[in-house]
Design a protein around this ligand. Structure first.
Ligand code: PLP
Length: 366
């Protein structure tokens, strides 16, 4: 698989065995319970909270894309992340979480883990390596959502390894088609499949990927006991979408680069962050560890009203949270409490034609 390009890998990852007469695309298996054999055979499916054939198919596709030995799907990105944190961040341990990453991870750590006796340290991307020095568990996110700062994963992984800390990387914004944190030394990948991988703004899902059998077994045990599982239909929809992920992501990355270039230096724009811009502060590290720079750009407008005006005047932009869908969307992150200015907008590029987006958006900016 490694020799193939992203679209080939996406298509192959969701392929079925070429058995004559069997469907090319597998149907979902929405079962809660299964016929049992007389003897206890652990290889068989028995109950829907423990295992499901549609999960397994999706998990092997995700493992393939992440370069992992295995993957486990969950009912949301947060379900995947919090399952990993419950396994690793035990009372008395020190956990580092991103100060500039996905906000609900910080909220979970503060509201749930701190009262359990976990020491939680919030580190920005720039502080990650330094503050990870005496941690037991480090959760890094790169590029960060929403600021698009990049963490040097190889360096962080070396630091964590030399001190015996477990490194978990949230790969939601980059996707496995943009970067493979496990190959850079991370112990586990966590991600939301709600965003780019499923890509149609119609489901919530998440996953954990890794190659340490003991760690993955502990995460699977947590999923079995806590039960934050993915429905079979959602698993099937993610699989159905994954085959076109390479194609969609390639277009989204091209559109992001084109819009970043068009908005940079625009009189109504204060600043643009995109790791693919040659003069972006993150570009040097991003170029070393990312295969593509992603479909998100971070734009600083004058104030909240300027963002509202842009959406109102535009024919193509929609105002919605989340990202990675086929529509180009704008999210003014201050409304959710992210530590950004009122005019900061995260723009998620869809799969429209770049020329249409650029003329629509520049016309709407006036
Ligand atoms: C959206 C997101 C999550 C949470 O995923 P859900 O599927 O919404 O639970 C976690 N991390 C990042 C970086 C995200 O963007």
């Amino acid at each position: 698989m490694a020799r193939y390009g992203d679209s080939t890998r996406s298509v192959k990852a969701v392929g079925t065995q070429p058995i004559p007469g069997s469907p090319v695309a597998s149907p979902p298996v929405p079962a809660s319970t299964y016929h049992l054999s007389a003897d206890e055979d652990p290889a068989l499916d028995s109950y829907g909270r423990s295992s499901n054939p549609t999960w397994r198919q999706l998990e092997s596709a995700l493992a393939e894309l992440e370069g992992a030995a295995s993957a486990l799907v969950f009912g949301s990105g947060m379900a995947a992340i919090t399952a990993v944190l419950r396994v690793l961040a035990r009372p008395g341990r020190k956990l580092v979480v991103p100060a500039d990453g996905y906000y609900q991870v910080r909220q979970y750590a503060q509201e749930y883990l701190v009262p359990q006796g976990v020491t939680v340290v919030e580190a920005t991307s720039a502080q990650m390596c330094e503050l990870a020095a005496d941690a037991d568990v480090v959760l890094a996110e790169t590029p960060t959502n929403p600021g698009l700062d990049v963490v040097d994963l190889h360096r962080l992984a070396m630091d964590c390894r030399s001190r015996g800390a477990v490194l978990v990387v949230d790969n939601t914004t980059a996707t496995p088609l943009g970067q493979q944190p496990l190959s850079l030394g991370a112990d586990l990948v966590v991600a939301s499949a709600t965003k780019t991988l499923s890509g149609h703004s119609d489901l919530i899902a998440g996953y954990v990927a890794g190659s340490h059998p003991d760690l993955m077994a502990a995460v699977e045990r947590e999923r079995l006991l806590a039960g934050p599982i993915l429905g079979a239909f959602e698993a099937w929809l993610v699989l159905r979408s994954l085959g076109s992920a390479g194609l969609r992501f390639e277009r989204q990355c091209q559109n992001a680069a084109a819009l970043a270039m068009a908005l940079r230096g625009h009189p109504r724009v204060r600043s643009v962050r995109y790791p693919g811009l040659p003069d972006d502060p993150s570009h040097a590290i991003a170029s070393l560890q990312m295969r593509r720079f992603g479909g998100l750009i971070a734009v600083e407008f004058e104030d909240a009203a300027a963002v509202h005006r842009l959406v109102e005047r535009s024919d193509l932009l929609i105002a919605s949270t989340s990202f990675g869908g086929i529509h180009t969307s704008v999210d003014r992150r201050a409304r959710w409490g992210d530590p950004v200015s009122p005019g900061f907008a995260r723009i998620s590029l869809g799969i429209e034609d770049a020329d249409d987006l650029i003329s629509d958006i520049t016309a709407a900016l006036g």
